[in-house]
Ligand binder design. Structure first.
Ligand code: C5P
Length: 408
């Protein structure tokens, strides 16, 4: 039932495991999916388009500029049509092409032109899989947001044994079933998340403000990922340079007080994730005119900004079922973060060592430790903020579903 009417675009590549794609098509057919298939030039050496079209009940797409296209651009229409894209077998060469952003055939062009969830199903010899080049490509692909099904350990077509064997069609179907089941459940239950992100600006006069270096990227990626998992997500963002995707609702704010006020407007919310680097202090008064140099600095009076995370944690009426905070520290990372989790009544705290230059504030990368109420920790090693967000979002959804189960 979980796959019924789902639109799956299969990309069949050139590896010996391509023959298993026929089985996969049959299994997906039985689950009442709608299937369209792109067959690459090398894929054609292993399976024929006749067997695929007979099974999928659809014509097979092969060429970027094929004669049968009737003026339609397949690379756009196919990617818009699909709910998800599944590429199997994803060979070492295919992964390498995607990691470079190649678009030299229909398969790579469609994937590049798509904003749909794309699952790569690798299959290759164990040495090829373990090769530094493939592992580097794998990391890059993770950082672009691709998801992976397998590979698994096992005996390969070449007779060697190890990691690199393609997940079986049954395993792929079960992975997709789980993915859609959770997504449809969260959508049906109309689960809401509120994510704060970015810095805030606290204006002293019309042209000067107190702020910080936060880029807002980590919170934005978490919001995007939560929304992809089926959660109705609102991002409340301080000033950033992000080109926000239309997939999520964004409320732009400037100051910490405005951020709190937007958060309040968005209550009740099932999940709240506070990633914003809210300025701790704000001027008591914003001067209408630009301040003069000769001003005595002590005349600028500051007050404490409201703490949004603490407000949510202490809110008896509208406390989110799951509250997630961030903890940027330069020393005693774990100890200080656990203390913060308790002080601010969070269920999960994401500890971020901001003393390391290449990660954290204003960087493309992050490395964090996810800590939950039971004291369980999960380190997410240095990777793109997109990848880190995908692991954090998964943890958030699983914890939320656990809490929901306990409450029911
Ligand atoms: O106490 P500290 O500022 O280190 O706490 C960080 C956590 O608290 C982050 O989750 C941040 O988004 C949140 N916070 C907040 N409002 C503030 C200050 C911090 O929501 N005024």
């Amino acid at each position: 039932m979980d796959l019924k009417n789902k639109k799956i675009l299969l990309v069949i590549g050139g590896g010996i495991s391509a023959y298993k794609s026929l089985d996969l098509i049959r299994l997906l057919q039985r689950k009442s999916c709608s299937i369209k298939v792109i067959l690459t030039k090398t894929g054609k050496k292993f399976v024929t388009s006749l067997s695929i079209s007979s099974l999928s009940k659809n014509r097979v797409f092969e060429d970027t500029f094929g004669e049968k296209n009737n003026g339609k651009m397949d690379h756009i229409s196919l990617s818009r049509w699909a709910d998800v894209i599944v590429a199997l077998p994803s060979t070492a060469n295919f992964m390498s092409k995607l990691s470079r952003g190649s678009a030299d055939d229909l398969a790579t062009t469609v994937i590049l032109a798509s904003d749909k969830e794309t699952f790569l199903v690798p299959a290759m010899n164990v040495r090829m899989w373990e090769h530094k080049a493939t592992q580097r490509n794998l990391n890059k692909l993770y950082s672009y947001g691709y998801k992976f099904i397998g590979p698994i350990d096992g005996e390969m077509a070449c007779g060697e044994y190890g990691k690199g064997k393609m997940s079986s069609p049954r395993q792929i179907v079960s992975y997709l079933e789980k993915y859609f089941k959770q997504k449809d459940y969260l959508k049906k239950k109309n689960i809401k998340a509120t994510v704060t992100t970015g810095p805030t600006r606290e204006y002293i006069d019309p042209v000067r403000y107190i702020s910080n270096e936060s880029s807002g990227k980590q919170g934005y990626e978490i919001a995007l990922e939560l929304s992809r998992l089926g959660i109705k997500t609102t991002l409340i963002s301080g000033p950033t340079n992000i080109n926000y995707s239309k997939e999520i609702k964004v409320k732009k704010v400037i100051s910490g007080k405005q951020m709190l006020s937007e958060v309040k407007k968005n209550l009740p919310t099932d999940i709240a994730v506070c990633t914003a680097a809210v300025s701790d202090f704000t001027p008591l008064l914003k001067n209408k005119q630009k301040l003069k140099k000769k001003l005595n600095l002590s005349e600028i009076k500051l007050e404490k900004n409201p703490d949004i995370l603490e407000f949510l944690g202490k809110n008896n009426r509208f406390k989110p079922k799951l509250l997630v905070g961030f903890s940027a520290e330069t020393e005693n990372l774990l100890k200080n973060s656990i203390e913060k989790m308790r002080e601010k009544y969070c269920d999960i705290i994401i500890a971020n060592d901001v003393s390391i230059k290449e990660i954290g504030f204003n960087s493309e990368f992050n490395e964090v430790i996810v800590i939950d109420r039971n004291g369980e920790t999960q380190k997410i090693k240095k990777n793109s903020k997109k990848f880190v967000a995908s692991i954090i979002a998964k943890k958030i959804v699983n914890s939320f579903l656990d809490i929901k189960k306990r409450l029911n």
